[in-house]
Design a protein around this ligand. Structure first.
Ligand SMILES: Cc1ncc(COP(=O)(O)O)c(C=O)c1O
Length: 399
């Protein structure tokens, strides 16, 4: 008789991995991608705004003229130079030696967390956090300190100060100064200045996630946090929202002394940055008018934001509250505490409409009565229809 062959089970997994599970929400998320669902759920760029034809020309050029285009290779110096120039738009002065190229902002975040956080260490977060960052933190099982966020003034600087004054020394604070995901907030200049003062006084590294920083719609923005301090702010940038996510092109700006540590960690993780897309992007940025491309994006997304705000004004009940986002891809809507948006999400999906409920963003998972709406990806018509359905759904819940 054959003895049954042993197979690996969860007992073989690292303790943090054992705790991973697909939430009911993640299962439903796949359904938001169905073609008949009017989805305002995910943060995808508009398909029609990718500079596909021009990119193809640069990809072809690189493949024709660069014999090493498909080889392992060092990070593109040409791309770093283009990023140094681009960063001036965010009020940031930096040099090529401070730029570290990554495969998207997500990898940048992961590298920074590995660089700064001990397993079981302590981190400082806002009470609503991009879930991709929470995933990066999970293996470290950190102690989490969180501070509230005011819908207009942004992160509660007094709460940050109180934590630091109490003697707590988190490994870093993670935040966004422009186009916050999920809250849609852009920090007033005064909040930025106060945060930097605290970072300097208490030697607190700040991870500034600026994935949406270049997508602002209402005139000039204050400088990024990195523009106010170059020692304590670890900046994370990305071409995903301004060019195309499929390129996996992002960057960090970090003090020179950490470049070596980052290169060793990145090599262990995936050896190289996507060499081909980096070179094609560098070729594009070298000759095309990226400023004009950004203006096109801003015009299109500003108009979609305005459509969403108009639709909310027309179809949502008077108890719903939202702010006017100046940057990014999202509007955050607050509903009365009795409304559980995770349940509402399931009801909406049954009517072929989707948003994201607040629970996965909430650090405690307890904040359940808000929702995030995306305006970058759906058409104007879909936005109107989706919000009409959401309004009707909220009305039926009142009845
Ligand atoms: C706040 C934030 N940070 C980082 C990322 C990851 O971006 P990338 O595609 O550059 O990895 C996203 C993607 O949606 C995001 O919303």
């Amino acid at each position: 008789m054959k003895t049954p062959r042993a197979t690996p089970g969860t007992g073989h997994l690292a303790s943090w991995a054992r705790q991973l599970e697909r939430s009911p929400l993640q299962k439903l998320l796949a359904q938001t991608m169905q073609p008949d669902v009017l989805s305002l759920a995910l943060g995808l760029p508009d398909l029609d705004l990718f500079p596909q034809a021009v990119y193809l020309e640069h990809l072809a050029l690189v493949l024709q003229h660069d014999p090493r285009a498909l080889q392992y290779g060092p990070a593109s110096e040409q791309l770093k130079t283009a990023i140094v120039k681009l960063m001036r738009e965010r009020g940031v002065r930096c040099s090529e030696e401070q730029i570290f190229l990554t495969n998207g902002a997500q990898q940048g975040l992961s590298l920074l967390v590995h660089l700064l956080l001990e397993p079981g260490g302590m981190v400082l977060l806002e009470d609503f956090v991009y879930p991709g960052f929470q995933q990066v933190l999970a293996p470290f099982q950190p102690a989490i300190l969180s501070v509230p966020v005011d819908r207009q003034r942004g992160i509660d600087v007094d709460a940050v100060a109180a934590i630091l004054q109490s003697g707590a020394r988190p490994a870093f604070l993670y935040t966004m100064s422009e186009g916050h995901n999920p809250l849609g907030i852009s920090l007033p200049f005064e909040t930025r200045r106060q945060l930097i003062t605290l970072a300097q006084r208490y030697e607190l590294p700040i991870i500034e996630d600026d994935a949406y920083g270049l997508l602002s719609y209402d005139g000039p923005t204050p400088p990024a946090l990195r523009g106010l301090d170059e020692d304590w702010v670890f900046y994370v940038g990305s071409f995903s929202k301004t060019f195309a996510p499929a390129l996996r092109a992002g960057w960090l700006i970090v003090p020179r002394q950490f470049q070596l540590h980052l290169s060793v960690m990145k090599e262990a993780s995936d050896i190289d940055t996507a060499t081909l897309s980096q070179r094609a992007l560098a070729s594009y940025l070298g000759v095309e008018d990226f400023a004009a491309h950004l203006e096109r994006l801003r015009t299109a997304y500003r108009s979609k934001r305005d459509t969403l705000l108009a639709a909310l004004g027309q179809h949502l009940p008077s108890y719903a509250r939202w702010e006017h986002p100046h940057s990014g891809f999202f509007v955050w809507v607050e509903l009365p505490p009795a409304l559980d948006t995770t349940r509402l999400f399931e009801q909406a999906l049954a009517q072929n409409m989707a948003f994201l409920p607040s629970a996965p963003f909430s650090v405690t998972r307890q904040a359940r009565s808000s929702l995030r709406l995306n305006f970058s990806h759906p058409t104007h018509e879909s936005i109107w229809q989706a919000i009409r359905r959401l309004g009707a759904l909220l009305e039926s819940n009142e009845a």
